[in-house]
Design a protein around this ligand. Structure first.
Ligand code: ADP
Ligand code: MG
Length: 638
């Protein structure tokens, strides 16, 4: 029988190995940055184009390579970092497999320039798809530069598999941040398509964290320090009141390597027990040092997961250390989530000086004219920050389901941050409803009419309303989601949404990748009624917001959006609008557990049945059920 087994040629083996090492431009960024760190560089530049799809370049001032090494480094299993299996247990470097450069060279056009300090001349190598194109002696600065162009040029399937530039860029950003956070003592610069994303001088941990995250991060951080025989923990956790909805800023570094660990995350969350609102996530930046022989970093191909010898002890130490820090910095005792949030000074107001109130008298005001008082009011106030006519446009366009009557809105722009929706008065109820356009397509026209529109709220969750044929039970949260969703979609696609101008523009701080996401969303957000002023590098300035949200809800809405769009912004503007409308509906809808006045219940039910698609929530869940009298009769017949 003839033999059929053959050894694969090197370039094929390399291409296969590349599949494991290089999934996307961000993988190249990670490998090259880590090599530069391992080379002892104190200055590392990352330059990318088109989210890394057309260029990833890393320039370092590290130890460089000799002529022989410069050639050898592209061979598979060629590494200077381990020599024998035992070395795996005393690793102090990021790399050790000797696969990265061989893999990248197999699937891209690559150019390397390198010179060691002691050599006068350096080496310049060009390699494409594992083929050496040229090798020259050249005058070069000390250190190494790798440029990787046209990733996956020879594997179209992989190239087509890459996501949009936004998504790929976020991955690159993630990798950059992880390496830069792990090594604050190295000066990093990062350019994307010619613009500087980061310039981070060598610093300590705190400064580096603040440099990478937004400018407001500093005041949110609480230091953590614990030194024991089996572990040294340093770093920062964020004060509970700054916890976020999304899990963005959570970092563990073990021996200067970013890792993921569900178990250690649990330890951190346990330390915050009782301090966080449901579902919110604290930011943390924790640097753990353990003896290299007590961990196994080898269990995951891309090396973000590691195995510890004594996980349980680490858990306990970490939890205790964080608990201690939160307590010591007086974070824990001042927290009381039951207090009325209306009594808090809105955050951005804390540092503002008080202004003396002025009274504007409208000399032309005559209460006995035919003019509707609120119209008059709105004219008199048109200069005071509320765009006049907004309630009429949103009111008529959407069956009168306008959350505000004009006087309330004007008052609100003066008392920004106070939650007027909770006020007793019916006038300021969030559900102001005009009857004329409400027609229910689901029930006979006279059904609701005849039942006298009585509604009851049960368990702060459902609204029960009798109808002629029996009763309808509405899920308040889902129903409101549907109402808001249709309202936002309509505003975005059909109407020019109106906005209420804010008396003081709102400054909201975000990390730079969040900023780039917001930048991309701006046009869609503007169609909902947001008005942005010129963006700064680390914060946005909002001068107008949609009429149907309050100022205090803005940051919540944007945070929810960012967390909903973590996987990238949909390509078509239709699905972009759809996603935004869904996300805003999710964050603004009344929640299960909220008490609704009878009037609010009534309005909610009516507005639901005025929707185009009242049966299901935007998230495809039923919004209500009906129980017919016969169904009830049947139950009694048992
Ligand atoms: P590994 O990092 O696992 O050793 P790589 O394929 O990433 O494998 O790199 C192979 C070798 O090339 C490294 O062990 C190192 O000796 C050398 N090398 C790679 N990048 C650099 C650099 N920026 N400066 C100096 N030497 C480098
Ligand atoms: Mg490496």
């Amino acid at each position: 029988m003839s033999s059929i087994i053959q050894l694969l040629p090197d370039h094929v083996a390399n291409q296969i190995a590349a599949g494991e090492v290089v999934q996307r431009p961000a993988s190249v960024v990670k490998e090259l940055l880590e090599n530069a760190v391992d080379a002892g560089a104190t200055d590392i530049k990352l330059i990318i184009k088109d989210a890394g799809k057309s260029l990833v370049q890393v320039i370092d001032n590290g130890k460089g390579m000799s002529v022989t090494d410069a050639r050898l480094c592209f061979e598979r299993h060629a590494t200077s970092k381990i020599r024998q299996a035992e070395d795996l247990f005393s690793l102090c470097t990021k790399g050790f497999r000797g696969e990265a450069l061989a893999s990248i060279a197999a699937i891209a056009h690559m150019e390397m320039k390198t010179r060691q300090d002691q050599d006068e001349l350096g080496t310049h190598i060009v390699i494409e798809g594992s083929k050496f194109i040229s090798q020259e002696v050249a005058v070069l600065p000390k250190g190494t530069s790798f440029a990787v162009k046209n990733l996956f040029f020879n594997i179209p399937a992989r190239r087509n598999f890459l996501k949009s530039d936004t998504v790929e860029f976020r991955h690159v950003m993630d990798e950059f941040q992880r390496v830069a956070l792990a090594h604050p003592n190295i000066h990093f610069t990062f350019y994307h398509n010619g613009s500087e994303m980061y310039n981070l001088p060598a610093a300590g941990y705190r400064q580096r964290i603040v440099g990478i995250m937004s400018g407001k991060t500093n005041e949110k951080l609480v230091p953590v320090n614990e030194d024991t025989e089996i572990i040294n923990v340093q770093g920062f956790v964020c004060k509970p009141e700054f916890a976020k909805k999304s899990r963005g800023e959570q970092f563990f570094f073990v021996n200067d390597r970013f890792i993921k660990s569900g178990y250690l995350h649990h330890a951190v969350m346990a330390a915050y027990e009782g301090l966080l609102k449901d579902g919110s996530q604290p930011s943390y930046f924790l640097y753990l040092q353990v003896p290299p022989n007590t961990i196994d970093i080898n269990i995951h191909p891309t090396k973000t997961e590691i195995k510890f010898d004594d996980e349980q002890a680490l858990y306990a130490i970490l939890r205790a250390a964080i608990k201690h820090s939160l307590g010591q910095f007086n974070v824990a005792p001042v927290l009381d989530f039951d207090r009325d949030s209306n009594l808090d000074t809105p955050y951005h107001y804390k540092d503002l000086e008080a202004e003396t109130p002025t009274i504007e008298v409208d000399g032309n005001f005559n209460p006995f004219t035919d003019d509707k008082t609120n119209q008059h009011y709105s004219k008199a106030n048109s200069g005071s920050g509320y765009s006049s006519g907004s309630s009429s446009s949103s009111g008529s366009s959407y069956s009168g389901y306008s959350k505000r009557v004009e006087p309330t809105a004007s008052w609100e722009s003066l008392y920004v941050g106070l939650d007027l929706d909770n006020a007793e008065s019916i006038e300021s109820s969030p559900f102001t409803f005009e009857n004329e356009e409400v027609t229910s397509s689901l029930f006979n026209d006279d059904e609701i009419e005849q039942a006298g529109q009585k509604t009851y709220q049960i368990h702060k969750k459902y609204i029960v309303s009798p109808i002629k044929s029996g009763m309808v039970i509405v899920d308040q949260q889902r129903a409101h989601q549907r109402i808001l969703y249709e309202q936002f979609l309509l505003n975005m696609t059909v109407n020019q949404a109106s906005s209420q101008q804010l008396l003081f523009p709102l400054n909201l701080f975000y990390s730079s990748d969040e900023m780039s996401l917001i930048e991309e969303l701006k046009p869609s957000l503007e169609t909902t009624g947001f008005v942005f002023e010129k963006a700064q590098t680390d914060h946005i300035v909002i001068s107008g917001i949609p009429v149907n949200i309050t100022e205090s809800e803005v940051s919540l809405v944007i945070e929810q959006l960012l967390s909903d769009l973590q996987e990238g912004i949909p390509a078509s503007s239709y699905s972009q609008n759809d996603t935004i409308a869904k996300s805003m509906a999710k964050s603004l809808a009344v929640k299960t557990g909220s008490y609704l006045t009878e009037k609010e219940q009534d309005n909610l039910v009516n507005a639901l049945f005025a929707c185009k698609d009242p049966n299901i929530s935007p998230f495809q869940k039923p919004t209500f059920i009906t129980l017919r009298v016969e169904d009830i009769d049947k139950k009694f017949a048992l």
